[in-house]
Design a protein around this ligand. Structure first.
Ligand SMILES: [Zn+2]
Length: 122
């Protein structure tokens, strides 16, 4: 009982990989949270099966600010779809109005149908 309480080499060989895995799991959990993913689930998965979940996480994780080219087009396309679906048809066909009398002009009209004023082409 000379080494009671002290951590020997065998114990260290078991604890050290767990500590490393736990540290990686915490890093993965925080990283997943910053990417809008389930950080708790990924952290637990990496802590339990680091060999399996760490490569999977590195593959499926969403791109962060470092690579905006991969993430931006998706956001732009969704905003465009939302604007087209939500907006009324009047705004999409670019209705123009007569500068003289305010009459609404048909698309591509060069003269006002009400007062006959010439419409300046833009
Ligand atoms: Zn007019």
């Amino acid at each position: 009982m000379d080494s009671a309480g002290a951590i020997g080499l065998p114990e260290l060989m078991i604890i050290l990989p767990w500590l490393v895995g736990l540290g990686i799991a915490i890093l993965v959990g925080r990283d997943a949270n910053s990417r809008g993913m389930n950080g708790v689930a990924w952290g637990i998965g990496v802590a339990l099966l680091c060999i399996v979940f760490l490569p999977i996480y590195l593959i499926v994780r969403k791109p962060l600010g470092g690579a905006p080219s991969a993430g931006l087009p998706v956001q732009v396309s969704t905003e465009q779809n939302r604007a087209v679906s939500a907006g009324p048809t009047v705004t999409t066909e670019q209705a123009s109005f007569c500068p003289s009398c305010g009459n609404r002009l048909t698309t591509g009209a060069r003269f006002c149908a009400r007062c006959g004023a010439q419409i300046p082409t833009t």
